[in-house]
Design a protein around this ligand. Structure first.
Ligand code: ATP
Ligand code: MG
Length: 369
């Protein structure tokens, strides 16, 4: 029991579509770390999404939800697919992820945009713009216009309706998300750019104020810039290497992180992390790690999915949940090395490279690790 408490407890929620195919590669990696490096990962598995709905009529069961709350970290694959298009809204596959985010209070969404050297030439942008790119977008995930009240469609009675969404941010929400951004910046290039639209939004004025105060009070050693979010989007495409950490709200973060994603190549390459507040006693944050891509029903079951986004999500888990920085660096280097060797899954295939499937790509990365 004591041994179990001291070990690193992971809950694996592979989900639907290519989720289980990508997760299988991470399982092999974890087994290899336990065997060869003496790591002490203990894994448990649960169901989320369509497979959970099929098994017990909910997108995640209370039992699996309890496991997620107790785990040191959750690794999440992907959910959904055409099979569940007609299930009731409350139990649709995506509801499983939303419940995890809500119950675990995962308010900080981390989306790195890294361009691996071997892929810089095949980016949608000029090679010099993306080569060596390594930025991190920190998006507020549990507040803002996606959740603020009132949120409704009002019938105005004259054949007109009114759709209302409300952007709400309180001081503590801005403080805690900017705190995460500053902490992360200290482990990187020590530079944070905060983005809002204070010129037209009151919540933007408050955002700017609170980020500035948090910086002054606790993180004055970090370089802080402010940028209007629209200009930020432009700069992100023009010269993304000017950024290190970008911190922004839920709506702008949604858009800016998708823009940043396209700088780096395939969606099959992109990891993410979602973090909660530190526990009062243990100081550990609840955390969920997942690839940015979805369940990709069009390629599922074919053995061709790119497992790199899932493996890179596990690298984030090593870095942020377990402080295993050297291992995370080594895993990311293994991914880069395999790409340097010319191995490519179909989604990142280019002229003269060697096409491999999901399993071969996973094996090659583990072999380099
Ligand atoms: P969701 O709503 O869950 O985001 P989606 O259909 O919008 O689903 P994805 O499931 O991410 O988005 O798929 C988008 C496209 O990218 C599909 O053509 C899919 O095959 C491709 N794709 C996604 N992930 C991968 C991957 N890991 N490897 C290869 N191709 C992928
Ligand atoms: Mg999508």
């Amino acid at each position: 029991r004591t041994a179990l408490m001291a070990s690193k407890n992971l809950l694996l929620l592979a989900g639907d579509g290519i989720g289980p195919e990508a997760m299988a590669e991470v399982k092999k990696l974890i087994a290899a770390m336990n065997d060869k490096l003496g790591s002490d990962f203990v894994t448990d598995e649960g169901l989320v999404g369509g497979c959970a709905y099929d098994a017990h009529g909910a997108a995640i069961s209370d039992a699996d939800m309890a496991k997620a709350m107790a785990a040191d970290a959750v690794l999440f694959g992907a959910v959904g697919g055409p099979k569940w298009d007609a299930v009731p809204y409350e139990v649709r596959p995506e509801a499983g992820l939303l419940r995890l985010r809500k119950d675990m209070e995962l308010f900080a969404n981390l989306r790195p945009a890294i361009c691996y050297p071997a892929l810089a030439a095949s980016s949608s942008l000029k090679q010099e713009v993306v080569e060596g790119l390594d930025i991190l977008i920190v998006r507020e995930l549990t507040g803002g216009v996606y959740f603020g009240e009132p949120k409704q469609i009002v019938d105005l009675g004259n054949g007109q309706k009114r759709g209302i969404d409300t952007q709400v941010y309180d001081t503590f929400e801005i403080e805690r998300i900017s705190g995460v951004a500053f902490e992360l910046a200290r482990t990187r290039k020590n530079h944070v750019t905060s983005m809002e639209k204070r010129n037209v939004m009151k919540s933007g004025v408050l955002w700017n104020e609170v980020v500035t105060q948090t910086h002054k009070a606790r993180y004055a050693d970090v370089k802080l810039d402010h940028m209007l979010a629209d200009a930020g989007g432009m700069q992100l495409v023009r010269w993304p290497k000017q950024f290190d950490v970008i911190v922004t709200d839920n709506l702008f973060g949604d858009m800016l992180s998708d823009i940043a994603a396209m700088l780096t190549g395939s969606i099959g390459m992109l990891p993410s992390a979602s973090l909660g507040a530190p526990d009062a006693k243990t100081k550990k944050r609840k955390a969920l790690y997942e690839p940015v891509h979805g369940s990709a029903p069009d390629i599922s079951g074919k053995g061709i999915a790119n497992p790199i986004a899932m493996i890179a999500s596990f690298a984030m888990c090593l870095r942020y949940s377990f402080g295993m920085v050297a291992e995370a660096d080594k895993l990311e280097a293994a991914i880069a090395a395999v790409l340097d060797d010319g191995l490519r899954t179909k989604d990142i295939l280019s002229e003269g490279m060697t096409e491999v499937g999901t399993v071969q790509m996973g094996d090659a990365i583990i072999a380099k690790f």
